[in-house]
Design a protein around this ligand. Structure first.
Ligand code: ADE
Ligand code: ZN
Length: 361
C-alpha cells in the first residue's frame, strides 16, 4: 500500500493553530472549499417541492410546507429515504432539474463553495417515466451556468441505487452512455444495510473501464466490511461517509496510509442517528489518525443546512477542532476532488491567503 503525503502537509497547517476559536465562524464563512458529497435531490427545499408540484399538477400527501417540514424527523437512513424519494416525485421537466440545481448553486456560492461534485439518482426519475435525457440536460445546464455566472466549478456523479439490482444499474449505465461527457463518475447510494458493494462489482468494473471516477457510500450504517469491499471489489477513489471505519483499527490505518478520502456529512450523521449528538462524532479522531476527511452536506434540505451550516455545527459541537483542523479539512476537500493538480494548487493558494490574513489578526 502506498504511503501518500497529504496535500496540506506542504503548507504546514499547524501554523494556524494559534488563530483563536472565536474567529472560527468568520473564517469558516470566508474560506474557499469544495463540496464532494451532495445529493442534488436532497437539496430540494419544501418550498420548491410545493412550487414544482403546482407547476406539474402533482398532488402531495402534505397540505402545507410546514406540514412537510414537520415530517422531517428521522430515526435511521430508511426513514429518510422514504420521504426523500417521495419529494423527488415532483421533478418531471428539464426546467425542474435546472431549478433544483440552480437553487443549490446559489447557496453554494453564498457559502464560498468554489467546487462541487453533485450526485444525482437517475433511477429515481427514469423509473417514473422521466427520460434520462431530461434529467441530465437540466442538471448539466445548471452546472454550465453556475461556472459562468457564479464562479462555482461543478460536475456530476451518477449514483446507482443499491436497493435495486445490478442489472438495473447496467441498464442505467447504457441509458447514460450517450451523455458520457456530462458526468465524471459513478457512485452507489440508497439503503446500505443488506446491499453490500459486492453486489455491484461487475458494473463498477465496466465503469472504470470507461474511464469514469468511482466512489461509493459505505460505512454510514453498514459495517466496516462494506468499506473494505468498496476498496477491494469496487476499487473506489473515495468513500462516502465511511465513519464506521473507527470500529476497525487496521482499516483506519489502511485509509490513512493510502490517503483514501472520506466524505463525511456531520449534520446528516446526527439527523439519521448514526451519532446521538455532534459531540459524539468521530471526526476529530479521524483527523487525528491522519485520514483525508472532508465536511459535506449530503441532503441539506432535509438535515438542517448547507455547507457552512455543517461546518459551523461541527466546530461548535466539537471543541477539539480549531483553526488548524479547519485548514486541514478545506485542504482535504481540494485534495480529494476530481480535478488536476494545477487546479488543486491554485485553490490551495487561495485557501492559504485567507488563513494567512486571519493569522495576522
Ligand atoms: N441518498 C441520499 N442521501 C443518502 C445517504 N445519506 N445515504 C445513502 N443514500 C442516500
Ligand atoms: Zn450521501
Amino acid at each position: 500500500m502506498s504511503l501518500a503525503a497529504p496535500l496540506a502537509a506542504a503548507y504546514a497547517p499547524a501554523r494556524f493553530a494559534a488563530i483563536p476559536r472565536e474567529r472560527l465562524p468568520a473564517l469558516i464563512q470566508a474560506l474557499p472549499k469544495a463540496e464532494l458529497h451532495i445529493h442534488i435531490e436532497g437539496s430540494l427545499e419544501p418550498e420548491l417541492i410545493f412550487k414544482l408540484a403546482q407547476r406539474n399538477g402533482v398532488s402531495l400527501p402534505y397540505a402545507t410546507v410546514e406540514a412537510l417540514r414537520a415530517a422531517y424527523a428521522f430515526t435511521d437512513l430508511q426513514s429518510f429515504l422514504d420521504i426523500y424519494y417521495a419529494g423527488a416525485s415532483v421533478l418531471l421537466q428539464e426546467l425542474d432539474f435546472f431549478d433544483m440545481a440552480w437553487a443549490y448553486f446559489e447557496r453554494a456560492r453564498a457559502d464560498n463553495v468554489i467546487h462541487a461534485e453533485l450526485f444525482f439518482d437517475p433511477q429515481t426519475h427514469t423509473d417514473r417515466g422521466v427520460p434520462f435525457e431530461t434529467v441530465i440536460t437540466g442538471l448539466h445546464r445548471a452546472c454550465v451556468q453556475a461556472r459562468a455566472e457564479l464562479g462555482v466549478d461543478a460536475s456530476l456523479i451518477l449514483c446507482f441505487l443499491r436497493h435495486l439490482s445490478e442489472d438495473a444499474a447496467f441498464a442505467t449505465l447504457e441509458q447514460a452512455l450517450p451523455w458520457r461527457d456530462r458526468f465524471i463518475g459513478v457512485g452507489l447510494d440508497s439503503s446500505e444495510r443488506g446491499h453490500p458493494p459486492s453486489k455491484f462489482e461487475r458494473v463498477f468494473a465496466r465503469c472504470r473501464g470507461l474511464g469514469l471516477h468511482v466512489v461509493a457510500h459505505a460505512g454510514e450504517e453498514g459495517p466496516p466490511a462494506y468499506i473494505e469491499e468498496a476498496l477491494d471489489l469496487l476499487k473506489v477513489e473515495r468513500i462516502d461517509h465511511g465513519v464506521r471505519c473507527v470500529e476497525d483499527a487496521a482499516l483506519v490505518q489502511r485509509l490513512a496510509d493510502s490517503r483514501m478520502p472520506l466524505t463525511v456529512c456531520p449534520l446528516s450523521n446526527v439527523k439519521l442517528c448514526v451519532y446521538d449528538t455532534m459531540a459524539a462524532h468521530s471526526l476529530p479522531a479521524l483527523l487525528a489518525s491522519g485520514l483525508c476527511a472532508t465536511i459535506n452536506s449530503d441532503d441539506p434540505a432535509y438535515f438542517g443546512g448547507y455547507m457552512n451550516a455543517n461546518w459551523l455545527a461541527t466546530f461548535e459541537g466539537l471543541p477539539a477542532l480549531g483553526a488548524a483542523e479547519a485548514y486541514q479539512l478545506a485542504a482535504n476537500s481540494f485534495e480529494a476532488s476530481f480535478v488536476d493538480a494545477g487546479q488543486k494548487a491554485q485553490w490551495m493558494d487561495r485557501l492559504g491567503a485567507v488563513f494567512t490574513d486571519a493569522a495576522k489578526g
